[in-house]
Design a binder for this molecule. Sequence first.
Ligand SMILES: Nc1ncnc2c1ncn2[C@@H]1O[C@H](COP(=O)(O)OP(=O)(O)O)[C@@H](O)[C@H]1O
Ligand SMILES: CC(C)(COP(=O)(O)O)[C@@H](O)C(=O)NCCC(=O)O
Length: 336
Amino acid sequence: MSGGAVDTDPPGSGLALAETLTQAEKYSPYRFFSADDWAQFRADTPLTLDEEEVRRLRSLNDPIDLNEIRRIYLSLSRLLSAHVEASQLLFRQRQAFFNADGTGKTPYIIGIAGSVAVGKSTTARVLKELLARWPSTPKVDLVTTDGFLLSNAVLRREGLMERKGFPESYDVGALLRFLSSIKSGQRNVRAPLYSHMTYDVLPDAFVEVDRPDILIFEGINVLQTRDIPRDGKAVPFVSDFFDFSIYIDADERLIHRWYIERFMRLRQTAFRDPEAFFHKFAKVTEEEALAIAEGLWREINLKNLQDNILPTRPRADLILRKGANHFIEEVALRKI
Ligand SMILES: Nc1ncnc2c1ncn2[C@@H]1O[C@H](COP(=O)(O)OP(=O)(O)O)[C@@H](O)[C@H]1O
Ligand SMILES: CC(C)(COP(=O)(O)O)[C@@H](O)C(=O)NCCC(=O)O
């Protein structure tokens, strides 16, 4: 990441504006933009969503609005359009290089990573809609990695219920088989589904992915790596299948606040359902609920963020850094 020997201090991978606008940017693999500068790159990209559609796409507790789409997401959509077009051109050039006749191009895969409660789902859904409305009307699918979690029965048996979301709680083999099938151009590839209501993977429920032009693959773990074995039997990382990756970032204290606020709102909504796994938390006092949310944050999600998610940030092609209220304040784009 440091780009060779230099006399100065090695660049940090942090995104604090003060740091990024100085010496560090010169040696960093990223170019940094304030949200206002980033917004200029939307050029004449049309706004294809309306206020009502944005309301429908956003998650609980995420105040994203049309202005934020205009400010951040139109430039991102334009950038991704350039990347997808370049990838299609490269594909045709490769075909010519091999004198191959046209087996179709396989899906362009965009990974979206970041902490629990940082708002990955909203970003993924908004991008899906914007990309699908390009003039070329590509088919865009979205898959989330929670479907690849081990079932609660297995997690309990292995003593991993308190480690949900940690690397060992996913069926990594299934994740890799899924992405490998997609990238080899297979049709009707099945991805398992997760329910936040039952807090478990859904038995026998799948979504079928049938050769989309673009697949958005979203989850906390998508940029994670593993130790490489010395016996030459290395298996790929999930991100080896990505054409582009995005990390949604924010100060740990903000994400903490968003997690707690969301939990307290879920108590008044989703947890009210007697079928909900967390229904018991709708019935305790406000103070008890707060203590439970704080415990879940501290013991599971914060640890996972610090140990397994944040360390993957420097692997992303693009980092969207949020400030208070979920609004993006800074953008870092990997130099090419
Ligand atoms: N216990 C829960 N019950 C119902 N919905 C939930 C629960 N936990 C999270 N969600 C919803 O699931 C989605 C994914 O949440 P999460 O994995 O934390 O990612 P992010 O907040 O980055 O999108 C969000 O839309 C969130 O509001
Ligand atoms: C299901 C999750 C691991 C997120 O999974 P992802 O889609 O990012 O793979 C997370 O939302 C979660 O439930 N974490 C467990 C701790 C908690 O209940 O907050």
